[in-house]
Every structure is written in C-alpha cells, then in structure tokens.
Ligand binder design. Structure first.
Ligand code: URP
Ligand code: ZN
Ligand code: ZN
Length: 460
C-alpha cells in the first residue's frame, strides 16, 4: 500500500516548506516538491501543517496506584492519544519492592500486549535496587530495548528510593549506556508536611498543594543533578514545574553538565488558583502540584532558552468516583490528571498561535527531542526517508472546544472543560496507515506495537 500526501506545509524540528510526502508500506520513502509518483491513495493537505506524530514520553496507562488503577487502558489511552496527534507513548512499569524487574515487565506486558491501538514503549521504574536487581539492568537494555530507568525521590513508603540506591543504580545504568529519569521532589519533607496538615485537620485538596512547596522540588532536582554528575549517568527530570527546580538545572549547566528536562502541558497552562477550599481542586491533584504564574513564565522562557527539552503530559487519569476516595483526606486522592489527548492541540493553540514558541520548536518539544533522548530517533520523531510514516495533519485555523462530552479518554470530566482552541488535528497516520480521519479511529486494538528503543545519544 502506498500513500501520497500532497501540497502541505511540511514542518520538522529544522525544516519548513510546502511539499509532498510519499509512503510505501510503513515507511516514508520520499519527500520533496511536486513528487511525480503514483500512489494507491492520495491525501490533499493544502492549507494543512504536516508534522511528525507526537511522542508522549510520560504516561501511566492501567497503572496500579494509590489503591486503584489509572482509568485508561492501553486501548482507550493510546486511541485517545491518536485522536490528539500522539502516535507513540512511553509508559512506566513499576517494580514492586521485594520483586524483580522481570516480574514487573511480565505484569505490564500482560496488560499491554495485543491491546494498544497506537505504538508504545516502556520505561522501567526501579523502586528497590539491590544485588538481585543489579544484573537485570543489562537484561532490560540489551534484551528488551528498555533503555531508561525511572526513579522516585518521593512517595515515601511506596515508590521512593534513597540516595544510596540512586547512586548505585546510576552507576550501573551508566555502564550499560542507559538513562535515569527522576520524579525529583524531597519525599521526607513532603511526608512530614502531609502528616502535619492531617494532624491539624487540614484535609481539602488545597493542602495537597501546600504539602509540596517549591523548595521540595528545587532541592531534590539539585541533588539529583549532583548524583548524575558524580556518576556520569545521563539524567532526565520528569514533570519539572517551577523556577527553583529549573534554576537547579541551570546551576548544573555551569559545570558543563546536561540534565534533560521535561515539563508537562498542565504546568505551562494551569496554576495553583485551581486549588480552592472545596473538593473541585481534586481534578488537579497531581504531583508535583500546579504552581504559580511566575513559574509558568519561567517554563516558557526555559523552553526558548533550550533548558526545557520536552513537553509531555504525565497522563494519569482517574474517574471522579476514584478521586472521591480522598473526599475526606487529600492524601488519599489518587494523584494525576488526564491530558494524553490534548497535549498537541493545547501546545499548538496556546504556544504557537499565541506567539510563545515557533513551529520548529513545537515539533522539537513534542516529537523530535523525546525521540532523540529516548533512543527512538530517526525511526520516529522526524519526517525523512526511512522513518516510520507517523504523520499528523493539523488544520491551523479550525476552532474547537475541549469537553468531557466529546473527548476519548476514559474519564468523566475534563481538566480543560470549555477551553476554546485554534488548530485541530484532522488526520493521523501511524506506520503508513490512516489511523484518524473525519473524527473517527480507523485502526483497531492490537495495531499498536511495542517499540524497542536504542541507547540515549544526546540531542545533537
Ligand atoms: O500525580 C502524578 N504525577 N501521578 C502519576 C505518578 C507520577 O508521579 O508521575
Ligand atoms: Zn511523578
Ligand atoms: Zn508520572
């Protein structure tokens, strides 16, 4: 099967021109102006932006967490992602403390295999690094193509590891050419602040926010950067939210160190005024919490300075009945918010259309940089001969409204209810197949493939 996409504005992280793309099977085979080829199907992209499919490197699908499971399965989550122009997601496997990494991989494969609509890969979260798990790092990298390892400096008593384990893990991961990613907040400080608020009877969602002040993130980010520097292991900070933490990364650059930084769409667009005294704020109970307007300004600046490299979602949806588990105690509200479907359109409308970022930067943040950092490039993350034909067509002028009544995520509210956006994903191709067209998904559960990843090679 061959497809010819004609006369669209082709944008990658480095190019921007009007032209055609020719696809044979799953791959792009030619790009240029006025391609003189016959195809089984021709898609006229006049007036549309043609860009690489989005890669969201931070999602939690069907994840056991805080006494429940995140509400999107591999099927509903990857399908919703496709509707929003994200063709590949990287999900997090969680090692159970006292158990092997292999056992966790088997468990996640059990939920994912045969169920995904879009492509997916895995990070491995190491929650218990010891002499038994040490040799598994090599196995994950070499046998399974899982080349990034997630750590939590918070969620004390559940997922958190201490600095001793972090140092040992980073030394081992470095030996095998992997990358360590981190949820960088100070778990002991947060644990204390949660306990104190509960003792004082301060139980509304607002106290979730007040239990994780900026200093908890700034301190842990600096500490992680120091361990990364000492061990020589590449480090990536997930869901960075605030000025203090970004300054800790900037400090690391003064010793010529790269610490890769991801922020998430919610931290760019939403702020802590969402946390009132009523329970409504539970919709935005996530860790780290939403921050201040000054932090949003810092993150946009960080993007244009090249210090923030990726915009992800940390998609971790819970239905309202699940959020109600914490109606009398903020510490029991499942942490996370739904966004897998909206990242690309929100960032286009609020970022590109409002003049905060350029189009090449948009592609870099949503696709090319995650592909490079996580060993998917150039198979994914760009439009070039030999790459997977993961392609989005975006109508830059079409207006639409986000609402829970029309979104495709398995969650009964929207964190962006009523937001009016300009720019709509119209058509999505995944490995050469039309996946989304005319508001419908054209591919079935099971089309999505597990993608083995290569080693981290930096961003050049
Ligand atoms: O609130 C969040 N972020 N939930 C998902 C788990 C994590 O910390 O990424
Ligand atoms: Zn986290
Ligand atoms: Zn997360």
């Amino acid at each position: 099967m061959s497809v010819l996409i004609t006369n669209g504005r082709i944008v990658t992280a480095s190019d921007d021109f009007v032209g055609d793309i020719y696809i044979e099977g799953e791959k792009i085979t030619a790009i240029g102006k006025h391609l003189n080829v016959m195809a089984d199907e021709t898609i006229d992209a006049t007036g549309q932006l043609i860009m690489p499919g989005g890669i969201d490197p931070h999602v939690h699908l069907d994840m056991p967490f805080m006494g429940t499971f995140s509400s999107d399965s591999y099927e509903t989550g990857t399908r919703a992602a496709l509707f929003g122009g994200t063709t590949t997601v990287i999900d997090f496997i969680l090692q159970k403390q006292g158990h092997s990494l292999q056992a966790a991989l088997d468990e996640w494969n059990g939920r994912a295999t045969g169920n995904a609509v879009g492509d997916y890969s895995f990070h491995m979260a190491v929650t218990d690094f010891n002499d038994k798990t040490r040799p598994e790092i090599k196995t994950m990298v070499e046998q399974h193509g899982i080349t990034s390892f997630k750590t939590f400096m918070a969620y004390k008593g559940a997922l958190m590891i201490d600095d001793r384990q972090m140092t040992a893990l980073m030394q081992e991961v470095r030996r095998h050419g992997g990358l360590v990613t981190v949820h960088a907040t100070n778990g002991d400080m947060i644990d204390y602040l949660i306990a104190r608020h509960r003792e004082e009877g301060k139980l509304s969602p607002r106290y979730h926010y007040l239990s994780q002040p900026e200093v908890t993130e700034a301190e842990a980010t600096g500490r992680f950067a120091a361990i990364s520097h000492y061990t020589g292991c590449p480090g990536y900070v997930v869901h960075l939210t605030c000025e203090g933490a970004l300054n800790a990364v900037r400090n690391a650059t003064t010793r010529n160190q790269h610490v890769w930084v991801e922020t998430c769409i919610q931290y760019l667009l939403l702020d802590a005024s969402r946390y009132g005294e009523d329970f409504e704020g539970a919709k935005w109970v996530m860790s780290p919490p939403l921050r201040e307007k000054k932090d949003q300004a810092t993150l946009w600046a960080g993007i244009n300075q090249g210090v923030v490299n990726v915009v992800a979602t940390d998609h971790c949806p819970f239905r309202w009945e699940q959020k109600l588990l914490g109606k009398d105690d903020f510490s029991k509200i499942p942490n996370g918010h739904p966004a897998i479907e909206h990242r690309m359109e929100l960032l286009y409308s609020e970022g590109v259309r409002k003049g905060r970022i350029g189009l090449n930067k948009y592609v870099e943040l949503t696709s090319t940089n995650p592909a490079k950092i996580f060993g998917l490039f150039p198979r994914k993350g760009t439009l070039s001969p030999g790459s997977d034909a993961d392609i989005i067509l975006l109508d830059p002028n079409r207006q639409h409204t986000l609402t829970a009544t029309t979104h495709h995520m398995n969650v009964d509210y929207s964190a962006y209810e009523g937001w009016q956006l300009t720019g709509k994903i119209q058509t999505v191709l995944l490995r050469g197949k039309v996946a989304i067209r005319d508001g419908e998904c054209k591919i079935a559960r099971g089309y999505g493939q597990f993608i083995r990843r290569g080693r981290h090679t930096g961003l050049s």
